[in-house]
Design a protein. Structure first.
Length: 256
């Protein structure tokens, strides 16, 4: 689906920070058929059908990770709300070429995310189709702290969401729109796993995607597992960035 803009307080852009951008580019172009193009802020843009699907930023010496950015009309004001709500600023508001302004934060539980104020670039241009990002969610051991933090910063409210049998799940709602999700960090996660935002990519065949990821140097951490509305495979790319490949049930895919 083609997207031309985002309302405030909506996840709008996802960037992979990688210590080896070349290896990351090779992996994702091989896995999802993405292509790459330079951006005017010195980063790389992953493209699907010549539309921006995600970003890639070289980060030598730093762990590889997918980062979710939330749209804002004033990134400086958002920075103030983050610190007032108990979060911290990891990178202050800065210009990203002509594309916009961004800042990087940690929420009150330590999950890292960004804020994006559009210039010439609003964010991801294609979503909710095969090999495109379809969902972003925060994974945390402390649901009440996350509810309080994101409510203060973005005005989000929380409601029960859909998951597999006996699985707790939450959705973020902004002005009557579901904009993302939240999952409790349960016993499946290794001790010491930090709170984090997870990037989910829609695929046609979860098992086949997992197999191909392994052939390209990635690693299957878990799955495919039943999530009630489909199956997900928890994957690591060759540089260590985690993401979820998700195959939606066919009857739901028709209305996605």
């Amino acid at each position: 689906m083609r997207v031309r803009g985002y309302a405030p307080a909506t996840p709008c852009w996802t960037v992979l920070t990688s210590p080896d951008a070349s290896a990351s580019a090779d992996f994702y172009t091989g896995l999802f058929g993405w292509t790459v193009a330079p951006a005017d802020d010195g980063t790389t843009t992953f493209l699907l059908r010549d539309l921006a699907v995600a970003g890639l930023a070289a980060a030598p010496g730093r762990p590889s990770a997918w980062l979710t950015y939330v749209s804002t009309e004033d990134v400086e004001a958002t920075a103030g709300l983050v610190t007032d709500a108990g979060g911290s600023m990891l990178a202050p508001p800065a210009q990203a070429g002509t594309r916009g302004r961004s800042a990087l934060f940690a929420d009150a539980g330590g999950a890292v995310f960004g804020a994006w104020q559009r210039g010439t670039f609003a964010g991801t241009q294609v979503v909710n189709e095969s090999n495109a990002i379809c969902w972003s969610e925060v994974v945390t051991p402390d649901i009440p702290t996350a509810v309080s933090f994101y409510g203060k910063v973005f005005g989000w409210t929380e409601r029960a969401g859909s998951a597999g049998a006996n699985q707790e799940y939450h959705e973020w709602v902004a002005t009557n729109r579901v904009v993302g999700g939240m999952s409790p960090m349960g016993a499946l996660y290794p001790p010491g796993t930090p709170a984090h935002w997870r990037t989910i990519i829609l695929v046609d065949d979860c098992a086949a995607t997992a197999s191909r990821a392994e052939s390209l140097g990635g690693r299957l951490m878990a799955g495919p597992v039943d999530a009630g509305i489909g199956q997900g495979a928890f994957l690591l790319d060759p540089t260590g960035a985690a993401f979820l490949a998700f195959e939606l049930l066919p009857e739901l895919r028709e209305h996605f």
